[in-house]
Each structure stands twice: as C-alpha cells, then as structure tokens.
Ligand binder design. Structure first.
Ligand code: AP5
Length: 329
C-alpha cells in the first residue's frame, strides 16, 4: 500500500472534494463531462451517486485507485467521508463555507427557478424517441422531435414539408434554412416557455447549434446516447410506430401485443428505415456529431444506449439529477 497516496486520498475526500465531478467514470454507463460550475481539478476521482453507488474515475492522476487499493477499501473510504460530510452539513448549516460546499454540487443552479430544458442526441435509432416518451411523462416537459415535426409537415403538405420531403426520403438532413426557423418558433410558444422542453434530434449540425446560441436558447443538460453502428441497423429495420399514440415498438426487442389486431394493423414502418437509407443517415450523423457535441461540453453527459431501455432511463435520470439537482424525478 502506498501510504502517501492513501493520505492524499483522505485529504482529498473532504466535503468540498466530494462535490467534484469525475472526468471519466467506469460504472453506471454514464460518462459525465466536467461541469462548468464544478471546481476544475485533477483530483476529481470519486463520489457517491444519489442511489449510494460508487462513481469512480479510474484514471485518478494517472493512477488506477481500484487496482492499487482494491474496490472494497476505496468504497469504505468514500462512505466514511460521506458520513463526515453529512455531519458537517447538519452541524454548521449557517456557516458560509458550508453554503459554498453545497453550491458546488449544484451544476446548474439557474435551473432551480426555471423550467427544465433538455437536449437528447444520438445516432439514428439510438433510442432517443423511446427515452423521450419516458422523460416527458416523468418531468412534464414538452417533447419536440424535429423528425416528427418534419414528418407531420410532409403529411400535411406544408411549404416546410415540401422542402423537406426529398431530403428525408433520401435519408439526408434537411437544409438548416428549413428546420432552424421551425424550431425557433416552436421554442418560443408558451407551452415550452412554461413547462420546459426536450429537444430531440436538434441541433444536428453546427449551424443549428449556433442558431440556438444566437437566439440565447440554452439547455440544462445535453444527453448523448452512445450506440455502435452495427446495433443501430438492426434497430432501424425492426422498428414500427403506432401513428395514433406515437408509441415506438421493435419487432424483436420491444414487440407490440400479439393479440391486438387493430394495433398491429395500423403500425407504420418508416420509409427511411431501410438498411440502405440508414447508411446514409449514419454518414450524415458522423459528419456532424463531434462539432455539435463540442458546443455543449459543459452540460454534456454520455449515456450507454446499448442497455435495455429501463436501464438507459435510469442512467438518464441520474444524469439529469446530477446536472440539474432541482429537477430530480
Ligand atoms: P428523426 O426522426 O429524428 O430520426 P433519427 O435521428 O434518425 O432517429 P430515429 O427516430 O430514427 O431514432 P431514435 O433515436 O428516436 O430511436 P427510437 O427510440 O425510435 O429524423 C428523421 C429525418 O428527419 C432525418 O433523417 C432528417 O432527414 C430529418 N431531420 C430531423 N431532424 C433534423 C434536423 N435537426 N436537421 C436536419 N434534418 C433533420 O428507437 C429505434 C428502435 O430501437 C425502436 O424500434 C425501439 O423500440 C428500439 N430501441 C430503442 N431503445 C432500445 C434499447 N435500449 N434496446 C433495444 N432496442 C431499443
């Protein structure tokens, strides 16, 4: 055992150090990007998540603490520190220094008074729509899917729909000039300003991200669903949607009820959900994703989207609770 390292670790695990944000985590399928309001420090190695689990930066100053000390020992230290932290908080709530400690755990304090604003991003079929159904019910935000908005515009034969149709049919992104205005107008409507919003599939290009920033539109949390391309093709091909309820199914992973003939009869297989078109959609996605993510590094959380939907949903809740403590579900 490296005694010096252990002493350093114990020193670091003061209440304020516990508020630090890890730059890499090895568990929960969540990768938190460093928050803008968290203290910037290379000592961000360990903290306990809301449900009591250990979240750990395995590359603590280049040293893998778990490998060096053993998971059991590291956990014990964290729990002891947590107990000390609670004692300090209850004993000295009027102390300024404690108020500062509490403040540093809130990554987005402005959200306490304003409605929740979320962006969810990820490749085609990464599960954005599936998770949005859950998020909007849980947090009461308005779900704005640009894909749904465009499909509705195409079906209604509006000018936007006419401009978008050929691009969508080809699996390509519709021009920024077509979609940006639509989203800007929608975000300004009273249901969004009152209840908050969940942007799904926008921004998808650097120009779209810039357009939001220029309008002063900021989000509290950018949720990014990570799913490798090879899994996405299977998800796309098996997807079916109920046009009446908007519910999303998958013929293998999340099948519709086999005895509901009415539902089975009306299920839609999207015209861009073919192997051929998903390749184009993936190309467009990969050409833009890094630049878009780069606009949200302060509020970005990577989620492992390969797990089952309920596990992904739990990771999303954790991410929101972490970035916007006042919004915890
Ligand atoms: P859009 O409708 O946004 O399509 P997309 O981004 O390609 O995303 P998808 O709707 O295909 O997938 P998803 O991530 O919502 O996955 P889902 O939950 O359904 O856009 C369509 C088109 O519109 C674009 O190609 C473009 O032309 C245009 N467009 C839209 N926005 C634009 C913009 N901002 N700029 C320019 N053009 C724009 O899940 C997929 C399947 O997987 C389902 O069957 C589901 O049941 C299953 N599934 C979900 N989660 C899991 C899981 N965890 N495990 C196993 N299966 C799962």
């Amino acid at each position: 055992m490296n005694f010096f390292l252990l002493s350093s670790l114990l020193c670091l695990l003061t209440p304020s150090a516990m508020a630090f944000v890890p730059t890499h985590t090895s568990s929960f399928g969540v990768h938190h990007t460093k928050s803008s309001s968290a203290p910037s420090s290379s000592s961000s190695s360990l903290y306990e998540s809301k449900d009591g689990g250990l979240v750990l930066d395995t590359n603590f100053d280049g040293v893998n603490l778990v490998r060096l000390m053993g998971l059991k020992k590291v956990k014990k230290i964290v729990r002891k520190s947590k107990r000390n932290q609670n004692m300090v908080l209850s004993a000295t709530t009027s102390d300024d220094s404690v108020a500062e400690t509490v403040d540093t755990t809130a990554s987005s304090d402005s959200a306490a008074s304003s409605p929740l604003k979320l962006i969810i991003a990820g490749a085609p079929a990464s599960g954005k729509g599936t998770q949005c159904e859950i998020i909007k019910d849980k947090y009461g935000v308005v779900h704005l899917s640009t894909g749904d908005m465009l499909r509705a515009a195409v079906a209604a034969g509006t000018e936007v729909g006419k401009s978008a149709k050929e691009f969508m049919d080809a699996g390509k992104l519709v021009p920024d000039s077509v979609i940006i205005g639509v989203v800007k107008d929608r975000l300004a409507e009273s249901d969004c300003t009152d209840k908050g919003w969940l942007l799904d599939g926008f921004p998808r290009t650097p120009a779209q991200a810039e357009a939001l920033a220029e309008q002063g539109v900021t989000a509290d949390c950018f949720l990014f669903l990570n799913v490798p391309d090879e899994i996405l093709v299977e998800r796309v091909v098996g997807r079916r949607t109920d046009p009446e309820t908007g519910k999303i199914y998958h013929m293998t992973f999340s099948p519709p009820p086999a005895d509901d003939e009415e539902l089975l009869g009306r299920l839609v297989h999207r015209s861009d959900d073919t192997e051929e078109k998903v390749k184009v959609r993936l190309e467009q996605f990969h050409a833009n994703v890094e630049a878009v993510k780069g606009s949200y590094t302060d509020i970005s959380v990577d989620i492992d989207g390969t797990s089952k939907p309920d596990v992904v949903s739990k990771a999303i809740d954790e991410a929101i609770a972490y970035k916007v403590p006042s919004a915890a579900a």
